[in-house]
Design a protein around this ligand. Sequence first.
Ligand code: NDP
Length: 473
Amino acid sequence: MSEFNMLINGEAVGADASFDVINPANEQVITQCPMATEAHLNQAVAAARAALPAWSAKSMDERRAVVLQIADRIEANMGELAQLLSSEQGKPIEGFAGLGAMFELGGCLAWIRYTATLDLPVEVIQDNDDARIEVHRKPVGVVGSITPWNYPLLITMWHVIPGLLAGCTVVAKPSEYTPLTVLKAAHLINDLLPPGVLNVVTGKGDIGAGMSAHEDIDKIVFTGSTSTGKRIMESASGNLKRLTLELGGNDAAIVLPDTNVAEAAGKIFATAMINNGQTCAALKRLYVHEDIYDEMCDALAGIAASVTTGPASESPDFGPIQNKMQFDKVCDLAEAAKADGATFMTGGAPLERDGYFFPVTIVRDIPEESRLVQEEPFGPILPVVKFTDVEDALARANAVSVGLGGSVWSSNIEQAQALAARLECGTAWVNNHAMIQPDAPFGGVKQSGLGVEFGRYGLVEYTNIQTMQIAKG
Ligand code: NDP
């Protein structure tokens, strides 16, 4: 029996079967987690459905007050949650540039508190002698949230908080790799919410699929791979679920020849390696003009050589890759790049110790066709590709099926912005990358997703429009 329980209808619920949660820093079992059955999922969905009328009938201000209490409760338990997060996810407590577990907890607070400032005002389209026409935003209903293992708690908050504020009830399913922090947080805030408003089920193999096909779930919000996103779209068709899908990317950055390398290299490194590269909007393909190519490669390799990778107990800059599947993927892409003749300036092979440790790796002289350039590694490895013609670089940046983010780097802002506007992606940065914030909409184009998260644009995705027409005269 696990010390961690699911949360269904306000109650702690165990399961007959369980699965292991592994510490990626030593490959040891941390604990077991309940393996939900279809019956558990049905109970959770029924609880969310039953709680919906009363929760959605509350005023926005009443729900806002609860959301703010959730932030306070998480803040009061930040240290403990960060430790648990670090043990199951692998990220250091502080880490490179302070972007470790405490940063994720801080992000939870920032997102929750900003989202709590939002409103869903009635919009008046017409008000004359003929009619008054109002546009109302009504909660979409029961939301199913499926979250990944890179930022387990932060992404859960991205899904759950706007849903709760909009008046929806939620069934959340954290990644089977990192379920513990979400379970812990859900139980910590349980007394703030009426039973059934937030439910958490844990499992693997069929719970996510069961959610996306469930006739009594009205919307799925999913963060994860494009292939699973496609499967969700298929199975969501049964009851025409609303979908927000935040899927992978393979973000390109184009560095123009007038870029100040000394200034840009640090930011480029940080935005490529954020969370050990396990970030959907991390910089993943770096195209650098030939005039500054050597200088940029040397600067990046210099930073890479100065950072440490290891278990949280050693207070490193970077931790392990979160799971074996991803670790193997990064190793495989590194080997493919070697076979393609690329030059490895740092790293390139796993550390010889227990755990899924792969050092920060900078790769130069790599052909465009290499799988390391064409596929998202989602790990601490950055291919640096040389270009001579900016139109060619832009064409290569856009020649992928995904489009989450992209960036242009230059000392000429006007020129950089004009080029950035031609990137096929949901967010384009100038002289930055991976910078997301609670008030700016974030989402992908092409096969990087559907819809957006954050701010007012994200909040309305948890609503349906009801147009109210009142005839006059
Ligand atoms: P996936 O993206 O495949 O997602 C796994 C989750 O989806 C699990 O919770 C699983 O639950 C659920 N799921 C599986 N099938 C379905 C379905 N048909 N309907 C609904 N839910 C389903 O994650 P992986 O961990 O396997 O990672 C694969 C790749 O995704 C990584 O290599 C990385 O490139 C990318 N990724 C992207 C992230 C991002 O932020 N965009 C984050 C993490 C990974 P169950 O097993 O219970 O069905």
